[in-house]
Design a protein around this ligand. Structure first.
Ligand code: PMP
Length: 449
């Protein structure tokens, strides 16, 4: 690839983004009271000099404050996998909040049991509890796993992401052993005191780490989704289950992103048998909601422990977790929007998206790969597709990614800022996908043609 050409094109697209978005730029420049000028510092992870500001969003469409409409394949990095503000969720939220009233009364509503039963139907785990984020679902699961096993450590895969969970910010270093994830902000202690790490798809390394006998739980995504998509090789997930059982370690599947694989995530699609399962983002249809599930046996064990404070300040739970508004939104989303039938259609669209990307890559013989997990597709600047997180991290190319993101955004298409990822929602259409194929091909023609 001609880097000079890439840099010229990136500069051209950055200038075009500035020309097209004067209001967003002005809003960003005015935002002096925000840490990093944005409501959340990761919103600075955007191609170009400033983020585009949201005006409105419906279904698979977003409109910015400069009046540009986008086909949204980012979908809030999965938070809006149900589409933006689906009518039925909007109605459930309005009814709960405005009509019935009450979001945080510290009293249960009957929606919660409906949601618990539905999560059991989908994922198989028998007992459920709620959070507002996937991060918290992971934090609390880890605490419960340590409590029930009496072991101090957690194991994650290198370059996985499970939210801002202290124990998870560990990678495999150049010497093959665990070390802090680069850039880790204010770690409470050396992460190797709390955590172990193994490469995804590497059962030998996993066994080496579990053999220490101090790992309470393996917290993992059945496919990595936060460093491109890294799919499990045949036999890997069965091997993880065998090893965790053999070494007395609990298995927690984080299905927050892999939910794209189907109505019961990878766990149902691939017949997995985790001891616990965490999920967040999409289930609330855009309203903050997360959940963790555990087996009946584990739940009984934990509830039977008089030494564990599960009802007050013992470290598991949050005041707004399981609130009436979030559970109403989650019920509406699961009952009417992210239904079994919806996932089939979303996966078909995703296949079409994948074929479009592959055609673009093949047309120019680029050494890139494309991977799909149900409704989610992502391409990576490496071929063959990376098989570990570390390999995938090495294939990052920020300039190239920024060029593609800006090129697409300037032509009305949004991808997820942290990825070359495209997610389908129930409102996405074949025309949306074909428009991406067309613009992606045009970007490649300019870049390498
Ligand atoms: N788990 C996974 C697999 C995720 O991808 C993320 C966020 N990208 C999280 C957990 C954390 O989600 P949240 O930031 O909503 O807490």
């Amino acid at each position: 690839m001609d880097r000079t050409r890439l840099q010229q094109l990136l500069a051209r697209e950055s200038a075009e983004a500035e020309r097209r978005n004067p209001r967003s730029r002005a809003a960003y420049e005015r935002a002096e009271h925000l840490f990093g000028r944005v409501p959340m510092t990761w919103m600075n992870k955007t191609a170009g000099a400033f983020p585009r500001y949201l005006d409105s969003a419906r279904g698979a469409r977003v409109t910015d404050i400069d009046g540009h409409e986008y086909i949204d394949f980012c979908l809030g990095d999965t938070g809006a996998m149900a589409g933006h503000s689906p009518e039925v969720v909007a109605e459930a939220v309005r009814t709960r909040f405005a009509e019935s009233g009450g979001a945080t009364a510290m009293l249960p509503t009957e929606d919660a049991e409906w949601v618990g039963a539905e999560l059991t139907r989908r994922f198989g785990l028998a007992r459920w509890s709620f959070s507002l984020t996937a991060t918290d679902a992971n934090r609390w699961s880890i605490r419960l796993a340590r409590a029930v096993t009496g072991r101090p450590k957690v194991l994650v895969n290198s370059y996985s992401y499970h939210g801002s969970v202290d124990e998870s910010l560990i990678v495999v270093g150049p010497d093959g052993h665990g070390t802090a994830r680069p850039g880790n902000v204010g770690a409470p202690c050396d992460v190797t005191l709390t955590s172990r790490v193994a490469e995804f798809n590497d059962l030998e390394q996993l066994e080496r780490e579990l053999a220490h006998g101090d790992v309470a739980a393996v917290l993992m995504e059945p496919a990595l989704t936060n460093i491109g998509i890294v799919l499990p090789e045949p036999g890997y997930l069965e091997g993880v289950r065998d090893l965790t059982r053999r070494y007395g370690t609990l298995l927690i599947n984080d299905e927050t992103h892999t939910f794209s694989a189907g109505p019961g995530g990878c766990t149902a699609a691939w017949g997995l048998e985790p001891d616990m399962l965490t999920i967040g983002k999409a289930i609330g249809g855009g309203i903050p909601a997360g959940a963790y599930g555990l087996s009946a046996e584990l739940a009984d064990k934990l509830l039977g422990r008089a030494d564990l404070d599960l009802v007050d300040m013992g470290g598991v739970g949050g005041t707004l977790a399981g609130n009436a508004l979030s559970t109403a939104a989650t019920r509406a989303t699961l009952e009417h929007v992210l239904t079994d039938a919806a996932f089939g259609a979303m996966a078909k669209l995703s296949e079409r998206f994948e074929a479009g990307v592959r055609a673009g890559i093949d047309a120019w013989g680029l050494p890139w790969s494309v991977s799909r997990l149900g409704a989610r597709t992502e391409y990576r600047f490496a071929d063959p597709a990376p098989r570990t997180g570390t390999e995938s991290a090495a294939a990052a190319d920020t300039e190239l990614e920024d060029f593609l993101h800006l090129y697409l955004a300037n032509r009305g298409i949004l991808l997820t800022p942290f990825h070359n990822m495209a997610l389908m929602c129930p409102a996405t259409t074949e025309r949306d996908v074909d428009r991406h194929t067309e613009v992606f091909a045009a970007a490649l023609a300019e870049l390498v043609g």
